[in-house]
Design a binder for this molecule. Structure first.
Ligand code: HEM
Length: 377
């Protein structure tokens, strides 16, 4: 009985300390953001009610803020942080002129996704994987394009088999699978790109990173490393990734081969190889470090592309005339150049359509309102 009472006291003390830290944190943030009007409530407890409202009515709330504070800024309480929205060309221009020291999207993402905990510190210490995507990946797409096209075709045939009857398909779930397979055909090749466990790992690692980072962000800064250590998806996901990538790693970088004599059109010309070439000798050339970077690129690529593609499909469904016009362009380009990267580059209308559909319905409630910028506190 006595020990039960001690446990209750201990839990109560932890709870009181937690609430007190949240209160101190709230006061500090409020004084920093005092000049920015709030949409909803700024009270310590009442702001949580507004934050819950945001979960279900994000778009309406942002729209209201946009109309009330055009060419200015407003803030909205979320469950784990404050969102500051800056809207209108005047303000956007000021933001555009800000230096990286004044405003950094990389730092904002690191905090929002708690990347040091959820993906490890080495990724941010030297984020060379970004250069690999911008340079090596982009440069190698034309040579690997036939394979990517093949994977797209096969994935569509597997998941939405052609037939005479209409069938119902859950759009985002199906698109996630198609995009995961297709991007991974480029990243890691066959047969891994179709491996169920690899696809499951890469689709759900992103979801886990976002969900667990939100939980970690609920806690005061000094508790975050401890909570992070308890709930991070990193160790288990990394073990799974290493298990799958080990054979590829050994094939390229083990005793059997070198990295110099690889045919650009072969599937050995892949993300693991591009990362390896750019990595520094030592820690960065270990399978653990490379595997985490492959996971992180999947985090950046899969859900963004799937949401973009899903939104584009909805716009096509809403306006079949668009589909007619785009099909005509695709058929002309492919007729002239075949299914190549070069043909893709000639699809100007398709490019504008995708950009416009992204402008109107990006990856969050806010990105459909242009020009807007978001900051998190
Ligand atoms: C429509 C699809 C996509 C959208 C909307 C999108 C959007 C974004 C945004 C908003 C950022 C943050 C930019 C910043 O920090 O300034 C980003 C970063 C990044 N994206 Fe994309 N992306 C898409 C597809 C892809 C794909 C297909 C890849 C890989 C092949 C990719 C790889 C990356 C990488 C590596 C980063 C840097 C992440 C980091 O800071 O570690 N993205 N993307």
């Amino acid at each position: 009985m006595a020990s039960n009472v001690s446990i209750v006291y201990a839990l109560l003390s932890v709870f009181v300390v937690f609430v007190f830290s949240k209160f101190v944190n709230h006061r500090a943030q409020m004084s920093k953001l005092a000049a920015i009007p709030t949409l909803g409530s700024s009270g310590f407890l009442s702001s949580y009610l507004s934050a819950f409202r945001f979960v279900y009515h994000a778009r309406d709330i942002i729209q209201e803020g946009y109309q009330k504070h055009y060419n200015s800024a407003f803030k909205v309480p979320l469950l784990d942080h404050w969102l500051v929205v800056v809207c209108g060309p005047k303000m956007t221009d000021e933001i555009r002129k800000a230096t990286d020291e004044q405003l950094s999207s990389a730092e904002a993402f690191a905090e929002m996704l708690q990347t040091d905990i959820t993906m490890g510190k080495t990724l941010r210490a030297d984020p060379y994987q970004i250069g690999v995507i911008l340079n090596a990946l982009t440069k190698n797409v034309p040579a690997r394009f036939p394979e990517v096209h093949d994977e797209m075709k096969t994935a569509f045939n597997d998941l939405i088999p052609p037939g005479e009857e209409w069938v119902k398909v859950p759009v985002l779930k199906t698109v996630l699978n198609i995009v995961c397979r297709t991007t991974n055909r480029l990243f890691v090749g066959l047969p891994l790109c179709r491996n169920e466990d690899w696809m499951d790992l890469n689709i759900f690692f992103t979801v886990n990173v976002f969900a667990r980072a939100s939980i970690i962000n609920l806690f005061p800064t000094y508790l975050q490393p401890f909570v992070g250590w308890l709930i991070t998806p990193r160790p288990a996901s990394l073990r799974r990734a290493v298990k799958h990538l080990q054979p590829l790693f050994e094939k390229h970088f083990g005793l059997e081969g070198t990295t110099d004599d690889i045919d650009p059109a072969s599937q050995s010309n892949n993300l693991l190889l591009w990362l390896w070439r750019q990595a520094q000798e030592g820690e960065q050339r270990t399978l653990n470090d490379l595997a985490m970077r492959v996971l992180s690129v999947n985090v950046a690529a899969i859900h963004t592309t799937s949401m973009a593609f899903t939104n584009a499909l909805y716009y096509l469904a809403a306006d079949p005339k668009l589909a007619e016009m785009l099909r005509e362009e695709v058929e002309t380009e492919v007729g002239r150049k075949g299914w190549t990267k070069n043909a893709m580059d000639g699809m100007r209308k398709l490019d504008s359509f995708l950009k416009e559909s992204q402008r109107l319905s990006g990856t969050s409630a806010g990105t459909g309102f242009v020009p807007n910028l978001f900051f998190t506190y």
